[in-house]
Design a protein around this ligand. Structure first.
Ligand code: GTR
Length: 338
């Protein structure tokens, strides 16, 4: 986090970070209603400007700015400018980054509960996923972040992830056999891909295009908007609608930054985050459609699959990642949501 030195500039124009305030010993001043000082929070995202996740956090920032009379601003560092997701998660935990929008997958190894909503085929539909994540189960999973130095603020849709590759159309499980498939840095995703007979290769998102291009990997898996925005369709044109995981996106705040907010400001942040989920859904639904149309127009070859054999192959993943009574109960409650 860049700490701006305290200067003699007028307080109204000074933009400082939470950490800087602490260092300067002026946090109370900044948080006091009479002060016009602005605290700028740094928020990371792997996606570029304009992507629905980035726009949702921008929207949240506007709400916060209005509702705190400009005492807080969110500055978004899009397009992985603060690093790849796994690294930014560490930086967030240690308060170097204030906020972070990431997928749940890079949190899987750290927070066991996050595996459950990412499990293959756990959600029957987008509606099922939203009902679970919007309700008490979603809140319970967010609460599991706190002991790990992060406060979970909101979920964002991520559609469904499907496989794509440069070699051949995949219509059945056997077609994946032996393909080197990039996955996010999550043991659960490694197990998912290996259970299908492919070879999982964990790799940061930003390295996937060139790895596909040079043949280091044969394929990857993602939703329509990511397949399109990364231009992976140019180098891996066989996209198979397996829709094997709906692992949601999540917006987190560093617990260190969170603890420096007053309870009243925390309430403003929480409410704005929840409202940004709805905004994101509008943007997401539109983006899914335009992304799907764009990749088709640009030559991606789309195949439908019979999901039943893919679902059947996933038992070892459930057995390995839903281990203790707590996770089993969480899974059963997710499945029971109608
Ligand atoms: C995207 C997701 C990113 C990142 C990426 C990946 O769908 O929005 O946060 O997780 O997938 O595959 O690394």
């Amino acid at each position: 986090m860049t700490t701006r030195p305290m200067t003699k500039r007028p307080m109204t124009t000074r933009r400082i970070t939470l950490k800087g305030l602490i260092a300067g010993g002026t946090l109370a001043l900044a948080l006091g209603t009479a002060s016009a000082q602005t605290v700028t929070l740094r928020s990371a995202d792997t996606h570029p400007d304009g992507y629905p996740t980035v726009e949702a956090v921008k929207f949240m920032g506007q709400l916060i700015e209005q509702r705190t009379n400009g005492r807080f601003k969110i500055q978004i560092f899009a397009a992985s400018t603060l690093g790849q997701e796994k690294d930014t998660v560490e930086q967030t935990r240690f308060g170097v980054i204030d906020m972070n929008r990431v997928n749940m997958a890079p949190l899987n190894n750290l927070i066991p509960e996050t595996n459950v909503p990412g499990l293959p085929f756990v959600f029957r539909s987008v509606e099922h996923m939203r009902k679970v994540m919007d309700g008490p189960i979603g809140d319970e999973i967010l609460a599991a972040f706190t002991p790990h130095g992060m406060v979970g603020l909101a979920y964002y849709d991520s559609g469904a992830r499907s496989f794509y590759n440069s070699k051949r159309p995949v219509t059945k499980v056997e077609d994946l056999k032996g393909l080197k498939i990039r996955v996010q840095q999550s043991d659960m995703f490694i197990a998912l891909v290996n259970a299908l007979g492919a070879n999982a290769t964990p790799m940061p998102f930003g390295e996937v295009y060139s790895a596909l291009q040079t043949g280091v990997i044969d394929g990857a898996e993602n939703n329509w908007p990511s397949y399109e925005s990364t231009r992976h369709f140019e180098v891996a044109k066989h996209y198979s609608e397996t829709e094997h995981s709906m692992t949601p996106e999540v917006l987190v705040m560093s617990k260190r930054s969170w603890d420096r907010l007053t309870p009243a400001d925390q309430a403003i942040f929480r409410a704005a985050a929840k409202e940004s989920t709805l905004k994101m859904r509008e943007l997401w639904e539109a983006r899914e459609k335009t992304a799907e149309a764009a990749v088709k127009a640009k030559g991606a070859m789309i195949t439908k699959v019979d999901k039943a054999p893919f679902i059947a192959a996933m038992k070892p993943v459930y057995d390995r990642f839903v281990t203790d009574a707590k996770l089993k109960d969480l899974l059963a409650r997710i499945q029971a949501v109608q």
